[in-house]
Every structure is written in structure tokens, then in C-alpha cells.
Design a protein around this ligand. Structure first.
Ligand code: NAP
Length: 299
């Protein structure tokens, strides 16, 4: 299959490499002409993991290119998904498949509602990667990726066609629950690590941080219960506690975004949760508080 990667950042390039290794053709859609020029100077990207480094040669182009797209992976940050998608929408072939691989919720639901004619998949990943130089990626951790079809349109063949791309790739028959699980954990950990400017594990060491986390978790439990989702077989606080402990030394992406003065994904994480809660008339004061506080930090 020929995959176009829209959002050739850490996750996009990781997937470009996985797809290419499994025999798929890959084209990177780069954000700006400057990025395309810089990429074309070498014509490759590389991925290092432990002591090894691999080089990948992939075609690259801009969204304004006119070649049709049959398989589109969107791996921008969540706040960029809708605008990025609009730049290539007219290039999608009639039977195109779109896979959205980003944190947070909102863009997946918006695109699925707006484009009932499209086969849209969504995913959630615990893979970890970051750049040490432009187009030079460090694979920080090998995680699991769950993908599932969100749209009524289409069939589940895409998953079979992706066999061999990643042995940690799983088919989620209920992708909405998978996305909600990730959202719930992100709500519990990410905004607080950004506000306290701390590592994940440092949320558990202080009474005030634990109390804030417990209140956020209780509200998320209230919302998901009202929506009829059973995310975990125990309270979110217990689940989030274990995740914060297991990833204790990690800096969350939101903490890193705030400390590097980059836009955060707060609107599609806590913002999405608060929007759903407000519509259902469920009070989420602790989540609203951190939403406003992270917004202020990001200004
Ligand atoms: N990195 C990880 O370890 C990791 C792990 C799990 C989940 N995730 C999630 O995966 C998603 C992607 O994260 P990431 O770390 O890969 O982000 P990233 O490195 O910032 O990559 C996003 C890429 O999208 C590009 N982009 C933005 N708007 C675009 C547009 N209109 N057209 C084309 N390209 C566009 C950006 O280009 P510019 O830089 O030029 O704007 C950037 O190269 C996020 O939701 C993140 O939370 C990441």
C-alpha cells in the first residue's frame, strides 16, 4: 500500500519507518517548503535505538502536491489535526482510508461526523520517540499501539493489511473505549505535571498533588460512568497512580510542551473532558481549574 504521512514528526517518522520496513511505499507530507528543502538536502531520516541507527529514504512533498492519496496517516499534534487534514482532503481517493494517531479526543469525532463517506480509523500508542536533530529520531521506548475503525463506513481489512508493520499493534474492536482510557489517564497526570513542573512520579510524593489528582480522577469517573463507559475494573485514581509510579521518571508531553513554550494538547484532553461534562451537566470543577491554569501557562 502507499501511505502518505501527514505530520512527519516523532510518531509520523516512527510509523513511516515501520511501514517502509514492512514493504509499504511511504511519502512524507512536510509542513513547510523550508522543511521540504531541508529534508531534500539529505533525502533521508534516521532512527536510533540503543546503540544502533537506521537510515530510511522516503519521498517527501507538500500538501499542495496533486497525487491522489489512498492511505493517510495523520500524526500531527491533536490541535493541528483538523487544519492539516483540510490541506489534503481534496487529494483523498474515493476509497481512501485515514488513520488518526494522536493523543486527546475531539478531532477523531469531528472528522468522522463531518466525513461519513470516509473510512476513518483512530489509534492510541505508548511508543516513545523524540528528535535529537531535525529528521534524526531517538526511539525512547517500544510501546503498544491499538487501532480501530471509528467510522461506520468501511471494513476491518486495514488491520490485516497492517500485519507485519508492528508486532505490538493490536486491533481494538471498541476504539472509543481505548481512546477514553488514554484520555482519562492523560487528564489525571498531564495537566498536573505541567502545573507543578514535575516528573510523573513526583505527583505521588506530596499531599496536595495527590489530593488534586484524586479529585480530577473522581470527576473523570463521574463523567465516564454517566456516559456508560467502563474504562477500568477499579477507580481511575488507582489506575493513574500505577501509571504515574511506573512512568515515575518520565516528563509528560504536556510538562515538556509548557517548559519549552510550545502549544499543549490541553484542549483535546482536559478541554474535551470538560466539554462533554458541561453538555451532560456534570460538575467538573477540578478539571476546569487545571484547564484554565494550563491555558494561562501556555499564553
Ligand atoms: N512523541 C511521542 O513519544 C509520543 C508518544 C505517544 C503519543 N504521542 C502523540 O502523538 C502525536 C504526535 O506527537 P509527536 O511527538 O510526533 O509530535 P511532533 O514531533 O511535534 O510531530 C508533529 C508533526 O506534525 C507537523 N505538522 C503540524 N501541522 C502540520 C500540517 N498542517 N501539515 C503537515 N505537517 C504538520 C509538525 O510540523 P512542524 O513542527 O513544522 O509544525 C510536526 O512535524 C501527539 O498527539 C502526541 O501526544 C507522541
Amino acid at each position: 500500500m502507499h501511505w502518505h504521512i501527514l505530520g512527519a514528526g516523532a510518531i509520523g517518522l516512527l510509523w513511516a519507518a515501520k511501514l517502509q520496513k514492512a514493504g509499504h511505499q511511504v511519502t512524507l507530507i512536510l509542513h513547510t517548503p523550508e522543511k521540504l528543502t531541508r529534508y531534500n538536502d539529505t533525502g533521508h531520516f534516521q532512527i536510533s535505538h540503543n546503540d544502533t541507527s537506521e537510515r530510511f529514504v522516503a519521498e517527501a512533498e507538500l500538501a499542495s502536491s496533486e497525487t491522489p492519496i489512498s492511505h493517510l496517516l495523520v500524526s500531527t499534534k491533536s490541535f493541528a489535526v483538523i487544519d492539516a487534514f483540510a490541506t489534503v482532503q481534496q487529494r483523498l481517493s474515493d476509497s481512501a482510508r485515514v488513520l488518526l494517531l494522536h493523543n486527546g479526543m475531539g478531532p477523531q469525532q469531528q472528522l468522522t461526523e463531518k466525513h461519513p463517506e470516509l473510512e476513518i480509523w483512530a489509534g492510541s500508542t505508548t511508543d516513545g520517540a523524540y528528535f535529537d536533530q531535525p529528521f534524526s529520531l531517538v526511539r525512547a521506548g517500544i510501546g503498544e499501539t491499538h487501532i480501530g475503525r471509528l467510522s461506520a463506513c468501511g471494513n476491518d481489512r486495514l488491520f490485516q493489511e497492517l500485519q507485519g508493520v508492528d508486532d505490538q499493534l493490536h486491533h481494538a474492536t471498541d476504539i472509543a473505549t481505548v481512546l477514553w482510557r488514554k484520555l482519562a489517564i492523560n487528564c489525571a497526570i498531564n495537566p498536573l505535571t505541567a502545573l507543578f513542573n514535575c516528573r510523573n512520579g513526583e505527583l505521588l510524593k506530596y499531599d496536595d498533588r495527590r489530593a488534586a489528582m484524586a479529585q480530577i480522577c473522581k470527576e473523570v469517573d463521574d463523567v465516564t460512568r454517566a456516559l456508560g463507559f467502563t474504562l477500568f475494573d477499579r477507580k481511575l485514581m488507582e489506575e493513574a497512580w500505577d501509571v504515574a509510579e511506573l512512568t515515575g521518571n518520565n516528563h509528560s508531553s504536556m510538562q515538556q510542551d509548557v517548559s519549552h513554550h510550545r502549544p499543549t494538547e490541553i484542549e483535546t484532553i482536559t478541554g474535551y473532558l470538560c466539554g462533554v461534562a458541561d453538555q451532560a451537566n456534570i460538575a467538573t470543577p477540578a478539571n476546569h481549574l487545571v484547564l484554565e491554569a494550563v491555558r494561562e501557562l501556555s499564553e
